[in-house]
Unconditional design. Structure first.
Length: 114
């Protein structure tokens, strides 16, 4: 089992920045891929960014050039640095880890005011 806890969400004005963290505990060895997803009110959860064991990253088109996903393997933490935030980035942000199955955190709220 893998337990994930997100933190770092909050209220920020448009154009601002936030850094989300996702800390893993439990059976963390063998995690192949980390992802960040988000879910806005009334919308389906959508994938935002991912990073694999080699450090290769991928981003959803609307966040390319603004968001950066990174990982600290020693601490088992994955980060999502979010810059130039827009009101449409408002959502609950979730991280997940792929290790055999898929494990999810509880989410952290990000609100971007215009």
């Amino acid at each position: 089992q893998v337990q994930l806890v997100e933190s770092g969400g909050g209220l920020v004005q448009a154009g601002g920045s936030l850094r989300l963290s996702c800390a893993a505990s439990g059976s963390t060895s063998g995690i192949n891929v980390w992802n960040w997803h988000r879910q806005a009110p009334g919308k389906q959860r959508e994938w935002v960014a991912g990073i694999d064991r080699s450090g290769t990253t991928n981003y959803e088109n609307s966040v390319k050039g603004r968001f950066i996903i990174s990982r600290d393997n020693a601490k088992n933490i994955v980060y999502l640095e979010m810059n130039s935030l827009k009101p449409e980035d408002t959502a609950v942000y979730y991280c997940n880890a792929v290790r055999g199955g898929i494990y999810w955190g509880q989410g952290t709220q990000v609100t971007v005011s215009s």
